[in-house]
Design a protein around this ligand. Structure first.
Ligand SMILES: Nc1ncnc2c1ncn2[C@@H]1O[C@H](COP(=O)(O)OP(=O)(O)O)[C@@H](O)[C@H]1O
Ligand code: SF4
Ligand SMILES: [Mg+2]
Length: 322
């Protein structure tokens, strides 16, 4: 069953003088119950904008300029503020990149978890505390009582992220959106946090959207991968296809970058993204594409379906190379 369906999503940011950043253009995808979908692409490709649009958590400078977001049959764009708040708290959990900054520095972390349960599940203080301790156990915190009484600044990045995950899963959401949940953590902790998300997904039967700039982390984690570039969804494929037989020239480039450690290495491979205030008229990947053809600069590519893979490139589809 489909949990989430995003159709032709279009998001832009107001940047003054009547100008807009066209951050997300015509992005469509579905997420099935219990499925893990990764959104990958380098910084600035529109991953977070797409992820934040789903529970309508975009900043005020952003406008959803088109498209539909259907979550469990409900049109997210048509919901009242209170209906939306219910969904955000209860049905869609969110984990962000900066684990500490999403916690209130002045309140013990255990109380912050309990607060969610009191507000949304109507638990009394005592039951909420017991359940918060259980949740800390569930996210593999070795000493839940100590961590319950810690303030956020007393936690390591990995521990703070576990607390955020505990808050995100507290109400058994059907969808967990994790936006670069491991990007600011040490490599060994990154693997622990990813494994934790995966095991919770199985335990709770949630669907997961995992946003990451690092294609390397999605193998063995995601079922399906959405590759974004400059606001466009350029390829959507089962994870195996992405690694074994990538189609889009950008996906191929991203694969080359897997395992490269430094930013310099990565930049060498990647070049830079076009200006999204005045995006180029044809393919947004043109300036960096080794396969470009004459008409790629004139006509925006259309999505075509190749053996179950969706790809946005003139090398594929009925009009290939035309
Ligand atoms: N609050 C904002 N105001 C203006 N522009 C933004 C804002 N957030 C993101 N953008 C722009 O939107 C584009 C997509 O950004 P984002 O969704 O954050 O990409 P990603 O998560 O893939 O790095 C980028 O060009 C970025 O500069
Ligand atoms: S449409 Fe053309 S420029 Fe764009 S990715 Fe395909 S071949 Fe390259
Ligand atoms: Mg981001």
């Amino acid at each position: 069953m489909v949990v989430l369906s995003v159709e032709n999503l279009k998001v832009r940011y107001r940047v003054g003088h009547g100008a807009f950043i066209h951050a997300v253009e015509d992005v469509s995808f579905k997420v099935d119950e219990g499925e893990t979908v990764a959104i990958v692409g380098e910084s600035g490709s529109g991953k977070s904008t797409t992820a934040l649009a789903i529970p309508r958590l975009l900043p005020p400078s952003a406008t959803i300029a088109g498209g539909r977001i259907i979550f469990k049959g409900k049109d997210i764009m048509a919901l009242s503020k209170s209906a939306l708040n219910k969904i955000r708290g209860k049905e869609i959990g969110f984990v962000f990149q900066e684990p500490v900054s999403y916690l209130n520095p002045l309140i013990k972390v255990g109380e912050q978890i309990a607060e969610v349960l009191i507000l949304h599940d109507g638990l009394d203080k005592k039951d909420a505390k017991l359940r918060a301790l259980k949740l800390l156990e569930q996210v593999k915190v070795s000493d839940p009582h100590r961590v319950f009484n810690n303030y956020p600044h007393q936690l390591s990045g990995g521990m703070a992220q576990r607390v955020n995950i505990a808050i995100a899963i507290a109400l058994n959401p059907s969808l967990l959106i994790a936006d670069e949940p491991t990007s600011n953590l040490d490599v060994t902790v990154q693997a622990q946090i990813l494994n934790l998300i995966l095991s919770l997904k199985k335990e709770l039967g949630m669907a997961v959207i995992l946003v990451t700039h690092d294609l390397g982390v999605v193998s063995g984690v995601a079922d399906r991968v959405l590759v974004m570039y400059a606001g466009k969804l350029v390829e959507e494929a089962p994870v195996k296809n992405i690694f074994d037989s990538p189609l889009h020239p950008y996906t191929k480039l991203l694969l080359k970058a897997v395992g490269r450690q430094t930013e310099v290495d990565r930049d060498e491979i990647r070049g830079s993204m076009p200006n999204l205030v005045t995006p180029p008229p044809g393919c947004r990947f043109l300036s960096r594409c080794p396969m470009r053809m004459d008409h790629c600069s004139e006509e925006v590519p259309e999505i075509s379906l190749e053996r179950g893979v969706r790809v946005l490139c003139w090398l594929y589809g009925d009009r290939r190379g035309s």
